[in-house]
Design a protein. Structure first.
Length: 233
């Protein structure tokens, strides 16, 4: 299949593709990689992105940023929004390709046009830091909220940060707690730990030592479980 196929014209995954989950990889890595590569070569964009992921992190294959970019670009060319977002990162960081902020921006815009929450969250950070765009905390807040409203836990934590520190909005501990809860309930360790602090200090919520300990414990367990491991997006 042509790697530069029109968006959404690629092969569709069949039921067997979805058996290639992370547990299957851990149990049968060789069989998993063989199946994944087969689907990627057939033009299934989800498989192409996932194969690129394995090359990016060196999971099941030697780490190779050029191979990672090659497969993720095939998925991005078919219109997979998360792959378009990932392409932006390749060019922004110079991974497997020469750094090019303009090309990074073009890929990011493609992902934003599809309302990709990861791209929205990144756009918010660019406005927060004044990178590639003029610093604007209100625009940062806007983009972060778009991602948070789609349920992205990292963006929900970032929204809490806006309200905790008055970044582009008036400080409001109660609103911050609301965003922390949303993120924490999805397993975001930073949000869980911060929510524990809010309960311990009675900030935006009634002081409750038991709740503080609960969230600190959950946050510590989440951090321990993810240390040294990588999850598939």
């Amino acid at each position: 299949m042509n790697a530069a196929a029109a968006p959404n014209k690629g092969s569709k995954p069949d039921a067997e593709f979805y058996l290639l989950d992370w547990d299957f990889y851990l149990r049968y890595p060789d069989l998993y990689m063989e199946g994944l590569r087969s689907y990627a070569k057939k033009g299934v964009p989800e498989a192409q992105h996932l194969l690129g992921y394995h090359y990016y992190f060196g999971e099941g294959v030697p780490r190779n940023y050029k191979e990672a970019r090659k497969w993720i670009k095939r998925a991005a060319d078919q219109g997979l929004a998360y792959s378009q977002y990932s392409m932006s990162d390749f060019y922004r960081e110079g991974l497997g390709v020469r750094k090019n902020a303009r090309t990074a921006g073009r890929w990011l815009q493609k992902a934003l046009q599809q309302n990709c929450p990861f791209a929205q969250h990144l756009m918010g950070h660019l406005y927060s830091e004044g990178v590639e765009v003029r610093k604007n905390l209100k625009k940062a807040l806007k983009w972060h909220k778009l991602a948070a409203d789609q349920g992205l836990p990292e963006a929900q934590f970032t929204m809490a940060w806006h309200y905790l520190h008055g970044q582009g909005v008036r400080t409001n501990n109660k609103t911050a707690v609301g965003w922390l809860r949303k993120s924490a309930r999805q397993g975001n360790a930073e949000a869980q730990l911060r929510l524990g602090v809010m309960y311990a200090d009675g900030l935006g919520v009634r002081k409750n030592d038991k709740m503080a300990v609960k969230w600190w414990t959950l946050g510590a367990e989440e951090m321990a479980s993810t240390t040294g491991s990588t999850s598939v997006n």
